[in-house]
Ligand binder design. Structure first.
Ligand code: CA
Ligand code: CA
Ligand code: CA
Ligand code: CA
Length: 303
């Protein structure tokens, strides 16, 4: 009993830290203030919830938020999950108007969610719009904003024997892995990793490669990455659960909620099958808070 008791204190503190973003999100709810169709008219927001509506086909809603360098911002749109007909999409811009992140759909939902790490201390712009160009009365959404923490600072190198799913090593959640897409024989390179999750755990798999451009002291990577998440058992075919190629030289990212206990397999590759000594990446794998209820029905007929 003594050993369980002595362990329970740090676990309780850890649980509290993990819950903090959710608590902060629940305390504050704002409503968008039109006009906010351009960056210049962006509504200033903070962590919490902003309720809005894409009220016409032409409507776009801009918000702005101040972030510290390397601050993690987790954005989660609740629209389809709440019965709205809106097919929402999210884009993030730096103050110099360069787009640094974009997301349309996640897993089996039209609702986007994304995580990004601010490359500098400053103001960032969030654009919410209809991916299919359809808006109107009732095309409502709630934008949840929270912070997250990776939970480790240890960076571990890939095991180079990882070219096939059967060679994947089991890695913990959280992990920060540094890897290289490179081969000596002219063939494309793939890197496979296995992660043991538990049912209901929401995990982000996030590549940092081209995003390193502009970060101080780091050469940009030439990797135009592709991520694929598989379910697999030895002796069986693998099933694709999620994939992300990223658009326009943005790094790929997958946010996935484990539907059952057990390992899932992640493949990292270059989407043009290019390799080289400058095709390096950092892979961040960590847990996210659950910011709102997700109806079971959304995941019907969905792996
Ligand atoms: Ca609006
Ligand atoms: Ca607007
Ligand atoms: Ca969408
Ligand atoms: Ca490899």
């Amino acid at each position: 009993m003594t050993s369980i008791r002595s362990r329970s204190v740090p676990i309780a503190i850890f649980a509290l830290l993990t819950l903090l973003p959710t608590v902060a999100a629940a305390q504050r709810e704002d409503r968008e203030r039109e006009p906010n169709d351009t960056r210049r008219d962006a509504n200033r927001v903070s962590l919490g919830v902003v309720a809005g509506e894409i009220s016409s086909n032409e409507d776009a809603d801009y918000f702005k938020i101040a972030l510290p360098e390397f601050g993690i911002l987790y954005l989660d749109i609740e629209a389809e999950a709440a019965g709205s007909p809106l097919d929402a999409a999210l884009e993030i811009y730096r103050s110099n108007n360069v787009r640094i992140a974009a997301m349309d759909n996640t897993d089996c939902s039209y609702d986007p969610e994304l995580v990004f790490v601010s490359p500098e201390d400053g103001t960032f712009y969030i654009k919410v719009f209809a991916a299919d160009g359809r808006g109107g009365e009732g095309f409502s959404y709630r934008l949840h904003l929270a912070t997250a923490s990776v939970g480790t600072e240890e960076v571990v190198e890939e095991d180079l024997m990882n070219d096939f799913i059967s060679q994947a090593d089991l890695w913990p959640i959280p992990s920060i892995i540094v890897g290289l897409i490179m081969s000596d024989d002219g063939f494309p390179d793939s890197d496979f990793f296995a992660f043991e999750g538990h049912k209901g755990q929401k995990v982000v798999f996030d590549i940092f490669a081209v995003r390193n451009e502009g970060m101080t002291g780091v050469d940009p990577s030439s990797l135009d990455g592709r991520l694929t998440l598989y379910q697999w058992q030895d002796g069986e075919d693998s099933v694709v659960l999620a994939e992300n190629l990223s658009a326009n030289k943005a790094d790929p990212q997958i946010i996935h909620t484990f539907q059952e206990d057990g390992p899932l397999y992640l493949e990292v590759e270059d989407q043009w099958n290019e390799t080289g000594t400058n095709h390096y990446y950092f892979l961040f794998v960590y847990e996210l808070p659950q910011l709102h209820e997700v109806p079971e029905s959304i995941f019907e007929d969905c792996v």
